[in-house]
Design a protein around this ligand. Structure first.
Ligand SMILES: Nc1ncnc2c1ncn2[C@@H]1O[C@H](COP(=O)(O)OP(=O)(O)O)[C@@H](O)[C@H]1O
Ligand SMILES: [Mg+2]
Length: 243
């Protein structure tokens, strides 16, 4: 190799090394920019959280947690992914939500016809986030509205019923013997009617006639005056019946 060729090769090698070093440095700068973007993003998220606001990822996680507390995890996932089947219950509830001014709907129908799932899907649709939604099982209602007992058992004040949407699930499974349930239900219905428009869904395996008989004329007339009682058709979806 001549001296000139050797020199040219040395220059080439030095150039390549310099270019590679430059590329590495540029990449590192890019990465650190990305990292500081990420940091800034995390900071923003923390600030939002401190203000009690949720971003899209938080919101999805919060809804999944709320829903999974009330229905099987697969159903919860289907709801947050907008992938639930348009069952009779779901169609009725969607139609009811479009009727402005209606406050109550009673979903009456057999076991497994999708009433609870439809009600939970409505909660997700109506409430800004899960803190503005509540599901109370009928047997727990009287206790929920009893401030002393609730505070003792849950360490928090009882009876918040100002949620944008509230579900009383499985009317008919509560005890009626001491009169506390009906008193609590009446109080709930009255409190839900006062103030800004709020949606209340009641699910029950009783047929409409028996549900109304059970709660009595005063409550039933409020339901009817500010909403409706709907019969949900369908077979038990849990047994793989038609959807
Ligand atoms: N809209 C729906 N899309 C898909 N699956 C559903 C839907 N509704 C109900 N199911 C299935 O049926 C099961 C029973 O529904 P659920 O709402 O608990 O019935 P109900 O409250 O009327 O007894 C659910 O766990 C789910 O597997
Ligand atoms: Mg149910």
């Amino acid at each position: 190799m001549s001296e000139v060729e050797a020199l040219r090769e040395a220059v080439d090698r030095a150039m390549r090394a310099a270019l590679e070093a430059q590329a590495r440095e540029a990449q590192a700068r890019g990465l650190s920019l990305e990292a500081s973007d990420r940091e800034r993003g995390a900071e923003e998220r923390e600030k939002r959280r401190a203000r009690g606001e949720l971003d899209a990822a938080d919101l999805r996680a919060a809804w999944l947690a709320w829903l999974s507390g009330h229905i099987p995890a697969e159903d919860a996932t289907a709801i947050v992914d907008d992938a639930i089947q348009p069952t009779d219950a779901v169609r009725h509830v969607r139609r009811w939500l479009r009727r402005a001014g209606e406050r109550f709907v009673v979903l009456s129908g057999g076991v497994g016809t999708g009433k609870t799932v439809a009600a939970c899907a409505a909660a997700r649709q109506v409430a800004k986030d899960p803190r503005d939604a509540a599901l109370i099982r009928a047997p727990a209602l009287a206790r929920y509205l009893d401030p002393w007992r609730h505070e003792r058992e849950h360490g928090e004040r009882a009876g918040r019923v100002d949620h944008a949407i509230l579900i009383v699930d499985d009317l008919g499974t509560e005890r009626l013997d001491d009169g506390r349930f009906l008193a609590a239900l009446e109080e709930l219905v009255d409190r839900r009617l006062a103030g800004s428009p709020r949606r209340t869904i009641i699910t029950t395996n009783l047929d409409a006639e028996h549900a109304i008989e059970r709660v009595g004329g005063r409550i039933a007339s409020r339901w009817r005056g500010h909403g409706r009682v709907i019969h949900v058709r369908g077979e038990d979806l849990r047994l793989g019946g038609p959807q």
